[in-house]
Every structure is written in C-alpha cells, then in structure tokens.
Design a protein around this ligand. Structure first.
Ligand code: SF4
Length: 223
C-alpha cells in the first residue's frame, strides 16, 4: 500500500457486502478530494432512505448562509434570549415562610400542583436560590433577617410578595410593629393579592415573573 492511501474492504462473507475505497493524495493537497455520493463507484447506499439525501453534495446558493444550507433545521437566536429562557425555566424559590401565607406556599409545592413542570424547584438555601417568596406578615423585628436573606442570594434574583401582609401590612395595616409592605426593605417584582392567596394565584405570579424575565432579558445589570 502506498503512503497516503487508505483502502477498506469488507469480507465477501459479510451479509451487506459493502466495499469502499477512498484515495487521498496527502503529498499534494491541491488535488481535490473525491466527491462521495450514493452514485459514486464503490459506495453502496445504505438501506435507510434518509441517508441518500444527506450524502448528496449541495450546491452553495449565493446570499444564503452556508450553515443554513447544510443544517436547514437550525435556529439562530440572540444569546440573551437563550439565557433568559434558561433562567425563567429553572426558578429556584427559597423555602422560607413568615406566617399563614406560608401554608399556602407549602401547599403549592406539593404534588397536586406540580410546580416541577415549570422548572420551579424549592431550595432550602439562599446561596443557590434566585426567587424569594415573602409569604406572611413582615414584622419590623423580622425585616432585617428578610433583607439579609435577600442579600445572600446571588444575582439575578427576584422577589414575589405573597398576600396582603407582605404587600401592605394586610390586616395589620395600622400596627406599629408590622412593616407596611416588604418593598420598604427589598425590591419586589410581583405582588400577589389575597389573604391568603390560593396556590393557583401563586402559580400565576410565577408565570407573570417568567414573562417579566423574558421581557427584561436585554436589560444589563439587573439585580
Ligand atoms: S395575608 Fe392573611 S393569610 Fe397571609 S399572612 Fe397575612 S393574615 Fe395571614
């Protein structure tokens, strides 16, 4: 066998009886490589009908990107859209509750409502969470702890204010020791009305948050 040539031949006892020969002149790269197609001598088309078009050489069309001709099913999307779609499809809310609204939040995490189908997975640590659900009454004694947990979450992060208490004090709107809205200490992205809101309302707030993440995908420096 000469240097730079490769010869492959299957034994005649093989049931498919495939034999192929490919010659490549390594010493002289200016010699074009042979075009391999189903009609090329020595090539036996496979039995799968989709293989033949794949092996047929294309004729490049001017004005059309080559990768679109080679891979007609390929999609081209902005990188920020991919990042936003990944973020909104893997929201990890921190498991943390303050009062009776937290019972509804826990019920939402149960199998009956199946939050996993949205990629929402409750997580018991602020270090890996990206959503804080403020579920319950925020007292002025608890507010610094809520703020600390929020600051321990990595960016980007979002906050859902669940229920009347977290939004504006709710039934305790004139109580001096109750914070009149958690947005006094941390930014809030979605407010959920109700006392308490039903699990469906909390799911709806997640869907609203997902829409917001997609709308704000090109905003830089979002925290
Ligand atoms: S909004 Fe109603 S249910 Fe929720 S924590 Fe306040 S009092 Fe409880």
């Amino acid at each position: 066998m000469e240097e730079g040539s490769v010869t492959m031949a299957l034994t005649p006892t093989d049931s498919t009886s495939i034999s192929a020969t490919t010659e490549t002149d390594v010493a002289n790269p200016s010699v074009p490589a042979p075009i391999i197609s189903p009609d090329s001598p020595g090539i036996t088309p496979t039995e799968h009908p989709l293989e033949a078009p794949r092996l047929t050489p294309i004729t490049p069309q001017p004005g059309k990107a080559l990768y679109r001709q080679l891979l007609p099913g390929i999609m081209q999307v902005p990188a920020d859209l991919l990042l936003a779609a990944s973020r909104k499809s893997s929201l990890w809310p921190m498991t943390f509750g303050l009062a009776c609204c937290a019972i509804e939040m826990i019920a939402t995490y149960m199998a009956h409502y199946d939050l996993d189908r949205f990629g929402i997975v409750p997580w018991p640590s602020p270090r890996q969470s990206d959503v804080m659900i403020v579920a319950g009454t925020v007292t002025k004694k608890m507010a610094p702890a809520v703020k600390l947990l929020y600051e321990q979450m990595p960016n980007p992060k979002w906050v859902i204010s669940m229920g009347a208490c977290a939004t504006n004090g709710g039934p305790y709107t004139r109580y001096d020791r109750v914070l009149q809205g958690v947005d006094k200490v941390i930014p809030v992205d979605v407010y959920v009305p109700g006392c308490p809101p039903r699990p469906e309302a909390l799911i709806d707030s997640f869907l609203a948050l997902q829409d917001q993440i997609m709308e704000e995908r090109s905003v830089e420096g979002r925290s």
